[in-house]
Design a protein around this ligand. Structure first.
Ligand SMILES: NC(=O)c1ccc[n+]([C@@H]2O[C@H](COP(=O)([O-])OP(=O)(O)OC[C@H]3O[C@@H](n4cnc5c(N)ncnc54)[C@H](OP(=O)(O)O)[C@@H]3O)[C@@H](O)[C@H]2O)c1
Length: 291
């Protein structure tokens, strides 16, 4: 373990899209000295992104104030997560991580690249790819978070409570919702899609939004659960806006760099009071957003 005082930031799914733009911003546009972990599930793709960003950094800042590191991490594979956790503990000690940005995620497409309609398989895969993976990574990284550490979840404004009906909006936003309860809701969505009963339970036919709503509820729950933790951790769900990436195609209005602005703000902003005031909340355009 080192006694390095640089902040340590981890970004998942960072080989392309908003994740790569987040790493670029952390490396090049922040005033705090950082070690940034660009993680990706595929070693070749991750290494290619690392090489590209490192090259940009060398050109922009030959003294390399911040340090970029690559580590393989498939957020859907516990056998990949645990070695990374062990590595972080070895490199940075029992509590050495300052920032975790849960960026990996996306939609399920068919073989011609079209986003698949809401069937049982799509619902299962989307909820796992976005919700359960981020919960697994976060629960394993949380013990390693340093005092005042920050955990960010990438979500979407489509996941607002108004897409749900019946009791679901109240239940999802309830201060009594437990992690087990939230898992039951997400799994309940998947099984009700399979049975064709999802709308009777108050779910929309929108797996991506239901999965991301789970993450918004999870961020709120973590803020409540850790309210008395002496480390003073900060949690946030961030809407990047409609960003031009492989997920959305060429017509989305925002660049990946613009999409990276709010997650990086929440991860590093000095205005801790503002972040604590909205701990567990939803953010867009660097402002708190009502869920
Ligand atoms: N773009 C938007 O307008 C928009 C709007 C709202 C929310 N978001 C959210 O913002 C985040 C980034 O979006 P994006 O548009 O940049 O998406 P993207 O271009 O599709 O990139 C997704 C990234 O996630 C990675 N990933 C997927 N599954 C993974 C796994 N199991 N383990 C590790 N990495 C994995 C992908 O890696 P591979 O290259 O290996 O596939 C890729 O690097 C996502 O969570 C997305 O849902 C985006």
């Amino acid at each position: 373990m080192s006694d390095d005082r640089r902040l340590v930031a981890v970004v998942t799914g960072a080989n392309r899209g908003i994740g790569k733009a987040i790493v670029r911003r952390l490396l090049l546009q922040t005033s705090k000295p950082l070690i940034v972990y660009l993680t990706a599930r595929n070693v070749d793709r991750g290494q290619a992104a690392f090489d590209e960003l490192r090259h940009e950094q060398l050109k922009a800042e030959p003294q390399l104030r911040n340090e970029l590191r690559f580590h393989q991490l498939d957020v859907a594979d516990v056998d990949s997560i645990q070695p990374f956790i062990d590595y972080l503990r070895l490199m940075h000690g029992a509590q050495g991580v300052d920032v975790l940005i849960n960026n990996a995620g996306g939609v399920v497409r068919d073989s011609s690249g079209v986003v698949r309609r809401c069937d049982a398989d799509t619902a299962y895969r989307t909820v796992h790819m976005n919700y359960f993976t981020a919960v697994s990574v976060t629960s394993l990284v949380l013990p390693l978070m340093r005092p005042r550490g920050r955990v960010v979840f990438m979500v979407t404004a489509l996941a607002h409570l108004g897409i749900f009906s019946g009791d679901l909006p109240k239940v999802l936003a309830s201060d009594d919702l437990s992690l087990q309860g939230l898992h039951i809701i997400e799994n309940g969505f998947v099984s009700s899609v399979g049975k064709g009963t999802f709308s009777a339970y108050g779910f929309p036919p929108m797996p991506f939004a239901v999965a991301k709503a789970g993450l918004i509820a999870y961020a709120r729950m973590l803020a409540r659960t850790f309210a008395r933790d002496p480390r003073g951790l900060i949690f946030a769900a961030v809407c990047p806006g409609y960003v031009r990436t492989d997920m959305t195609g060429p017509y989305a209005p925002l660049t990946p760099d613009q999409g990276a602005e709010t997650p990086v703000y929440v991860a590093l902003a000095d205005d801790e009071k503002r972040l604590y005031r909205h701990n567990g909340g939803l953010w867009k355009h660097k402002k708190p957003l009502k869920w």
